[in-house]
Design a protein. Structure first.
Length: 149
């Protein structure tokens, strides 16, 4: 049948869409008898009930896992040799930013390796408190009794 000819049962709606006779639901009823419709509705209800039970059971099992909000934080155990560390290694120390790391490297290049924690405090920006915060993350300086793990 060509597009120029219209079928006798063909109609167009207000938007120009074509429909051929009866609505879709009525056409499906030709394939499904009423007793089949009841069986299909029952199977759909059973499958919905089964999926609900599955998801409830899965959520009950997940309660045994560790929730990320309740997990204990992991501590990284790292130490930096302040006499050999590059700028990027020094920056990761707590309380040390890029500017302070540059000052540590510049002081070390000008005066040689640090002999003690007290000498580390001679770097501008490092006081007693900051040195104590950094101490657990520094490889012990030889000959310094304050450098310990």
């Amino acid at each position: 049948m060509s597009d120029s000819r219209k079928r006798s049962d063909e109609t167009t709606d207000t938007h120009g869409a074509r429909s051929y006779g009866e609505p879709l639901l009525s056409r499906l009823r030709l394939f499904l008898w009423p007793q089949h419709q009841v069986w299909i509705a029952g199977l759909l209800c059973l499958s919905l009930l089964g999926m609900s039970a599955y998801f409830v059971e899965r959520s009950m099992n997940l309660r045994g896992l560790v929730d990320i909000d309740r997990a204990a934080p992991l501590e990284a155990n790292f130490q930096v040799d302040i006499n050999q560390a590059e700028l990027g290694e020094i920056v990761v120390l707590p309380g040390v930013g890029e500017i302070l790391a540059e000052a540590i490297v510049a002081y070390r290049q000008a005066h040689g390796p640090f002999a003690s924690l007290d000498e580390l405090q001679k770097v501008p920006g490092i006081g007693q408190r900051k040195a104590e915060i950094m101490l657990p993350y520094l490889v012990p300086i030889k000959g310094d009794d304050r450098s310990r793990n």
